[in-house]
Design a protein around this ligand. Structure first.
Ligand code: JCQ
Length: 261
């Protein structure tokens, strides 16, 4: 997979070169590059923003530097050698981190983990001139995505969160594939509480069931804990889960997909 980030702050992405994602880059499972938007602002002052047409507070990102930068990214990749494990070229996915997008979930992460090329367009100020996205539809699969109902100063932190959620689903990036299946959101429920040794710590016991050696009882206990926790802290997920079990209108399949969240 190739991932590009177009940004005014390429340094934000440096931590991605550490840890699992950095190792995936070394193994060529993943290619990551940043493009500095200001390099594509060709006026004397390298301006990337301007006042909003129609008035209002703040500034809006000008369309031309975005178009030039995105053309550059597309040209660079149509020339490059495919990364290992890639063959068929598809339309690149242009992800726009924005509080005005669909909320990014584990299902989006799983879908996007199968893409050949992701480009994150990291906006600042009040956003990007909307015509950029109309224009980009010709060459990209445009996806405005939010990581939650709050406002950040720019798309970089949201892009990093999405990149981590997506890339850990690429085969070979996370060491143990079982840890992908068993975790929160794979089932549509929150994870059950986990414990390690010692069995007694500062006067607190590990639940006796977990020490029983009875695997069926342990599995049942964990399922009950997941259900109770989900009902208490995420009634929205709980309602969807129970509906899907009772064959509601959007009954989810139970084949163990990584979606449901
Ligand atoms: C992403 N949840 C919040 C802020 C405008 C492209 O336009 C804008 C982008 C941002 C940065 O993203 C977020 C965000 N998910 O704030 C304003």
């Amino acid at each position: 997979m190739r991932i590009d980030a177009v940004t005014l702050f390429p340094d934000y992405f440096e931590p991605l070169r550490l840890s699992l994602i950095g190792k995936a880059m070394e193994q060529d499972l993943l290619r990551f590059e940043t493009t500095f938007l200001r390099d594509f602002a060709w006026d004397k002052h390298h301006r990337v923003d301007d006042t909003p047409v129609g008035g209002g507070a703040g500034m809006v990102m000008k369309p031309e530097p975005w178009a030039q930068a995105l053309d550059h990214v597309r040209r660079r990749h149509s020339a490059a050698e495919p990364a290992s494990g890639e063959s068929r070229p598809t339309r690149p996915v242009l992800i726009l981190p924005t509080p005005a997008g669909e909320v990014f979930t584990q299902r989006h992460a799983a879908d996007l983990a199968a893409a050949d090329h992701l480009i994150f367009a990291c906006g600042r100020y009040e956003g990007i001139d909307h015509r950029v996205f109309d224009w980009a539809e010709d060459d990209f699969d445009v996806r405005p995505l939010s990581i939650g109902d709050y406002v950040l100063n720019g798309g970089e932190v949201a892009a990093i969160a999405m990149i981590e959620a997506i890339t850990r689903l690429i085969p070979g990036v996370v060491g143990n594939p079982d840890s992908l299946v068993e975790e929160s959101h794979a089932s549509g429920l929150l994870e059950y509480p986990v414990y390690t040794k010692p069995a007694t710590w500062r006067g607190r016991e590990v639940p006796a069931t977990l020490l029983s050696g009875d695997h069926a009882r342990i599995a049942q206990w964990r399922q009950d804990q997941s259900l109770q926790r989900t009902r208490r802290v995420r009634p929205d997920l709980y309602a969807r889960y129970t509906q899907s079990r009772h064959g509601g209108p959007d009954a989810a399949d139970e084949s163990g997909s990584t979606g449901h969240a």
